[in-house]
Design a protein around this ligand. Structure first.
Ligand SMILES: *Cc1c(COP(=O)(O)O)cnc(C)c1O
Length: 434
């Protein structure tokens, strides 16, 4: 065993050597040191603001839907570990990957029949884009190589995904002029329950029609735009996109990396609209937050197109493709989700969030409070003070990670009513510090 390091020593080494997400080097704000996690609680190595345990309001960026240290997922990981943690996927296959692929095909919209297992959400978006471009190339239409999306989106941090993130004001603005130039529609009008706006639908149809010759695909986050601004829109626009894409010969990609596995109240956000995309990306909650894994699903038409081209293969193959450990845990996580009344649990959290966040509307500087499924958002009329808001939440015993003008939560589905109320109290406390 290596010599134990004190929390102080670990934090000093962290600051000196370790990059954190979207951070400078050395880091500006000291991260909290987590020693272990169980259920919905993160245990800190040393108390912060008098707290050594925090209720997790973030599900580790949407992923830990069953909470931490779950016996069923632990068993799946342990069982697979005893057999093998990894083997290459070129020329070999294994039960965890096959079972997972079959399960994903069974629970996603019917036309999606083929599964590419990648190691992160961003890579699954890269694969989706490659599938779409290669499909048109195979069909003798190599000019169809651009993408269309709407503003306010987020699709990951590697190159193609960055090119379809919101181009203004987001963290990838720096790369304008370097990234591939994609086509941007206006952001969808806000409101899950709002009636679809005809003028906006016409705007989508017009753009798709005008650029059809050069468009490989339309890619969007259905119903909820996550890291781009935590906004909700009418599922009706997904039907508009499906119709316009069919009419003009453009593929439709749904990035359900954040919305998949029940978060919005439907198993997949596409289900709210009854629309099937040609390609779908899954990630985040896929393994219940245990391991990194993502999936790109496509229709038989897309797979056939690619496989009949001049280069009749999908030229992509990550080293850790189909990782058995991750696949076994993912299969167990989906099984666990489907074995319970997850819809009822998400509804219960939705009700708790509506009740608990309502008072935030009366706080000075709050622009809007919105809730959909197990997602609660308080939007301010100014940038949050990240340090002050985080500290305020920690003082309430809750872990939150606000960004831009947003203080938000998407708790694990196992979060009890008292803990949901506590998370809401922390969001309100953070908004007051905002
Ligand atoms: C998080 C996210 C991604 C990127 O996934 P990573 O695993 O972080 O690479 C892509 N699209 C959406 C909608 C996401 O929320």
């Amino acid at each position: 065993m290596p010599e134990p390091l004190t929390p102080g020593a670990l934090l000093a080494l962290d600051r000196q050597h370790v990059w954190h997400p979207y951070g400078p080097m050395p880091g500006k704000a000291a991260p909290l040191l987590v020693e272990s996690a169980s259920g919905v609680r993160l245990r800190l190595a040393e108390p912060v603001e008098g707290r050594d345990e925090l209720v997790d309001g973030m599900s580790s960026w949407w992923s830990a839907v069953h909470g931490y240290n779950h016996p069923v997922l632990n068993d799946a990981a342990r069982g697979q570990l005893e057999r093998m943690s990894h083997v290459m996927f070129g020329g070999l296959t294994h039960e965890p990957a096959v079972r997972l692929a079959k399960r994903l095909v069974d629970i996603t919209p019917e036309p999606l029949q083929h599964v590419f297992l990648a190691d992160s959400g961003s890579v699954s978006v890269e694969v989706a884009v490659k599938m779409c471009l290669q499909y048109w190339r195979s069909l003798g239409k190599p000019r169809k190589q651009r993408l269309l999306t709407w503003r306010g989106g987020y699709h990951g941090d590697t190159w193609q995904p960055m090119s379809v993130c919101d181009p203004d004001g987001g963290m990838h603005e720096l790369w304008q002029g370097v990234l591939p130039r994609q086509i941007f529609a206006d952001a969808p009008p806000a409101g899950f329950d709002a009636a679809p706006d005809e003028a906006y639908a016409a705007h989508l149809r017009e753009l798709i029609g005008r650029h059809a010759e050069e468009l490989a695909a339309v890619i969007v986050e259905p119903v909820v735009q996550g890291a781009g601004g935590m906004s909700f829109h009418s599922p009706g626009y997904l039907r508009v996109l499906r119709e316009a894409c069919d009419e003009h010969g453009v593929l439709l990609v749904f990035d359900e990396i954040a919305t998949g596995f029940g978060r919005t109240g439907a198993l997949f956000a596409a289900d709210h609209a009854g629309v099937a995309p040609d390609v779908m990306c899954l990630g985040k909650a896929l393994t219940g937050g245990y391991l990194t894994l993502a999936a790109t699903l496509c229709t038989t038409a897309v797979a056939d197109g690619i496989s009949r081209g001049a280069l009749p293969v999908l030229a992509h193959g990550p080293t850790f493709m189909g990782n058995p450990l991750a696949a076994a845990v993912a299969d167990a996580s989906i099984g666990l989700l489907l074995s319970q009344d997850w819809e009822q649990e998400v509804k219960r959290i939705e009700t708790g969030l509506r009740d608990g966040l309502a008072p935030a509307a009366g706080i000075a500087g709050v622009r809007e409070v919105r809730v959909l499924g197990a997602i609660g958002v308080v939007q301010l009329d100014h940038e949050v003070d990240m340090a002050a808001t985080t500290r305020a939440a920690v003082r309430e015993g809750v872990w939150l990670r606000p960004f831009r003008d947003l203080i938000y939560t998407m708790p694990p589905y196992i979060t009890g009513d008292e803990d949901v109320a506590r998370i809401c109290a922390a969001v309100c406390a953070a908004a007051r510090e905002g």
